[in-house]
Design a protein around this ligand. Structure first.
Ligand code: ACM
Length: 262
């Protein structure tokens, strides 16, 4: 199957322009699944929960989900992409999962990073694994990578691929995801953004790019630059993620010792 990511540079708050840019970047690009960054249509650094509320969307009835739904149908593809979600009086840093047949599901980030704690409510549901036409795709968002339990839980639930919308500001994630893939013998698609945000005086954020696809042996199949908008598509062989054997005597899930772990 073919999987890809978009690494974009959103303009904070200019949702329509950011969506238009994604459509432009994806013109003529074909894959079974595209992963887009965390909060890709709004930008990242909200000043408060009130401001996040202003940009928050119903899922799947908001502008970003509707845009992705129509592009998924037109291009016969699936998207996993980050947005600000509102439900009742709650605001979440969420990802939506959509395909040519419509809305598939959502995931609400459970590990909020730094100032996100003043802008979003933390998700309370177990990170999900979706069946996309027979392919098992788990979803986590950015800082979830820092908690190896997230990727492990997704892999134990059968994920063959982890889709990982991100807005990375710390340098370690691209290398750490290699370990997550080795530990679980899964593919991971991290879709990050580039550029800077200076929304709060004295608090410049620089996003590190380096979106990537990593395979179950820890090979980086493609890694984007630190500064440019890019789209990449690679062919992956899912059989690699379905085989958890390292050698005739070691099967990484069967060899676990949960009786000895805390
Ligand atoms: C992050 O979780 N966006 C750093």
């Amino acid at each position: 199957m073919k999987v890809g990511f978009v690494q974009n540079h959103p303009e904070f708050g200019n949702v329509q322009a950011n969506l238009d840019r994604i459509e432009e970047m994806l013109a003529g690009k074909a894959a079974d699944l595209f992963v887009l960054p965390e909060l890709f249509s709004t930008g990242y650094r909200f000043k408060s929960m009130d401001e996040a509320h202003h940009y928050a969307e119903l899922v799947p009835d908001g502008i970003t989900s509707n845009f992705l739904l129509s592009l998924a149908k037109k291009n016969n593809t699936h998207f996993i992409a980050g947005l600000v979600e509102v439900e009742g009086d709650r605001i979440y840093n969420s990802s939506v999962i959509l395909g040519p047949k419509g809305f598939v599901g959502r995931y609400r980030k459970i590990h909020l990073f730094d100032t996100e704690k003043s802008c979003f409510d933390a998700g309370t549901d177990v990170p999900p694994v979706f069946d996309l036409d027979g392919i098992k795709v788990g979803v986590m968002i950015c800082f979830d990578w820092r908690f190896p339990e997230t990727a492990r839980s997704l892999a134990l639930k059968g994920a063959e691929i982890i889709a990982h919308p991100s807005n990375l500001v710390l340098p370690h994630c691209p290398q750490a995801m290699i370990t997550r893939c080795l530990e679980n013998r899964i593919f991971a698609i991290t879709a990050d953004r580039v550029g800077e945000e200076k929304r709060i005086p004295g608090e410049k954020l620089t996003f590190i790019g380096q979106s990537q696809v990593v395979d179950p042996d820890g090979n980086i199949l493609v890694r984007a630059s630190e500064t440019e908008e890019e789209v990449h598509i690679v062919d992956i062989d899912l059989e690699k993620a379905r085989d958890k054997n390292l050698n005739p005597k070691n099967e990484i899930f069967k060899d676990r010792r949960p009786d000895l772990y805390c």
